[in-house]
Design a protein around this ligand. Structure first.
Ligand code: HEM
Length: 219
């Protein structure tokens, strides 16, 4: 087991599985955010339901561990890759297809997404605590906080840029994970590739719709 996890294939596998955990989370988070299109009460009640039980602590622990493993293995693999490129023994295949821009810039995109996640949690989770009352239940007014944040053009622009980068990172990351899991072989190769691309577009556009909608309704 430790030999497998110490190998490049093992690290790629770990990176893929932890990436998939986050891929599942962002899809659910994006879908939950769409409740703002129904009503502020629906959005706040959803946030309240998620954060009032103990399940949130389990989810947070899994997400933090997955992120640490994902970033840790990414750093180790990038370092090993750079060392291999600097070595005289690296073999450059002549017929090899040129890597896409999205795949060559995974480390840069990943670092931006990490910075985004940290700032995002500071802005919202630890942001101003407004309160509201929905059908007699006192809860946090997250709808008021997001309306306030996304009425500022700088925030909206930063979110749009980061969410487009997240889309590229997800598309390439999920596709590579399918490849590591051996799903990109034979007949279904193109299907899995398309699926990861469609998934990434849905997540990125779904997220982007919220700041844009709030900004445009406020101006
Ligand atoms: C338009 C885009 C987004 C909006 C409006 C949004 C909104 C929010 C809000 C309001 C919270 C606070 C929830 C609470 O404390 O009850 C939150 C938490 C969080 N968001 Fe987002 N989010 C967006 C995109 C993202 C993306 C792209 C990611 C990850 C790549 C992300 C990751 C997180 C995480 C990890 C938390 C903390 C969850 C927890 O531990 O309680 N969010 N988000």
């Amino acid at each position: 087991m430790s030999i497998f996890l110490g190998s490049t294939v093992g690290k790629k596998f770990l990176m893929g599985i932890t990436g998939l955990i986050w891929a599942g989370f962002v899809l659910a988070h994006m879908a939950g955010n769409l409740l703002i299109f129904f009503s502020n009460d629906a959005y706040n009640s959803y946030g309240h339901a998620l954060t009032s039980g103990n399940i949130i602590y389990i989810a947070e622990t899994v997400l933090i561990l997955a992120l640490l493993i994902h970033v840790g293995t990414a750093v180790l693999l990038t370092r090993a890759n750079r060392q291999a490129k600097g070595s005289a023994y690296v073999v450059v295949s002549q017929g090899k297809k040129k890597a896409t821009l999205a795949s060559r810039t995974m480390a840069v995109q990943g670092s931006m997404v990490l910075a985004f996640i940290i700032l995002h949690i500071i802005t919202f989770k630890y942001g101003t605590y407004y309160e509201t009352n929905v059908h007699g239940i006192v809860m946090r007014d997250l709808a008021k906080l997001i309306s306030e944040v996304f009425s500022e053009p700088g925030y909206v622009a930063w979110y749009v840029v980061c969410l487009v980068l997240l889309g590229f990172h997800l598309s390439h990351g999920v596709g590579s994970t399918f490849q590591s899991l051996g799903l990109m072989e034979g007949t279904y190769r193109n299907l899995w590739k398309k699926l990861s691309c469609v998934y990434a577009i849905i997540v990125a556009l779904g997220f982007i719709s919220q700041p844009l909608y709030i900004f445009l309704s406020a101006h």
